[in-house]
Design a protein around this ligand. Sequence first.
Ligand code: ATP
Ligand code: MG
Length: 416
Amino acid sequence: MHPILPDRTFAWQALEDTLRSLLQHSGYAEIRLAFLEHTELFKRSIGEVTDIVEKEMYTFKTASGTSLTLRPEGTAGCVRAAIDQGLLYNQQQRLWYLGPMFRHEKPQAGRYRQFYQVGVEAFGFPGVDIELEHLLLVSRLWSRLGLENIRLEINTLGSAEERAAYRQVLVDYLRQHESELDEDSRRRLDSNPMRILDSKNPAMQELLAQAPKLMDHLGGESAGRFERLLQLLQEMEIPCSVNPRLVRGLDYYCHTVYEWVTDDLGAQSAVCAGGRFDGLIEQLGGRPNSATGFAIGIDRLMLLLEKQQRLAPRPLPDVYMVLLGERAEAAGFALAERLRDQLPGLNLVVNCGGGSMKSQIKRADKSGAALAVLLGGDEVESGEVSIKYLREEGKQIKIAQAELPGLLRDRLDTKT
Ligand code: ATP
Ligand code: MG
């Protein structure tokens, strides 16, 4: 777990602003969720035989013996909150959240123990139009951020019944080849055989490529549903490739599943994952209802923005105010407050901690400010300020304090 340092937080905030604005402008409302949940919630929703529940959760007992877990993902908590707070009663919901998730994984580039996700969930939408909406949203995000080279992989898992029937077909096939399975897969043969398809073990790739495909065992309704979504994506010119082995690590998905992946991040290639999870609300004690959603890994998105040189630059001060002598102190802060009142867009830093003219100008320069506004005893006396241009040609000038807002306003106007 690592802090995000001040030289990076500006770019994080810019990304979060973009996300917020995009979601708010499409009818999504933010929900702020608990970071801690009963361990049972994740076991019941994500599934006992998954990487997350088997080995990645931070779980501990409280003094009274309750088992709690730091949230490894947001969907389970979001569904629980929506059920408990009556958000699902007779209404549709479009929700989003953003914040840290916790998984006990081996830390490496793009994989951390505290990482950040933006999650989007929609409840009460049974048709594939909502999947299309989500995929268009994500696609719009990529283009708004100027990102390239992210592909969409998509698959269908069918209904719960179709999955159950297919499961048997798959287990029969894998049993015939049990000696070729690795230890993890042999263990999953009984508990979670579909996850075997997801295995990255090179020795099993051939075997898995030959495995029966769920797609070939779908009923007409599920197949039609998937066809319809693919057709809509084509009409909206969202390229995608169907990956029959995409099953996702979490148990609660049905029908649509997808991942957005990139080749620019090495092994940690998935930046977004989502799909449909209609059964989950009922499983967690609510009335049966449809549910769809996705989550984007923000840390990976930041790495990708950096790689593709799309990180938002750090905003630099417009003005650094240099204050020389005791009299300039009160006068300078008063002037700064007036400027902030008059020019809400102004980025203004006032020197604190005193110092000679030379050392204050040095700080001004280091701050990245465009202008230094100097105020000494003489200027206070005459109601003036001196202006030193730090990034452009131009002699130091002296103007009346009353002229300063106008001069700065002109500069701010040309900046935007
Ligand atoms: P992976 O296969 O990379 O482990 P996942 O299937 O476990 O991903 P999800 O649970 O679907 O991931 O979470 C959605 C997104 O959150 C991922 O696509 C990824 O961008 C991000 N993510 C997941 N785990 C981590 C992590 N430990 N560190 C940083 N980002 C992560
Ligand atoms: Mg994982």
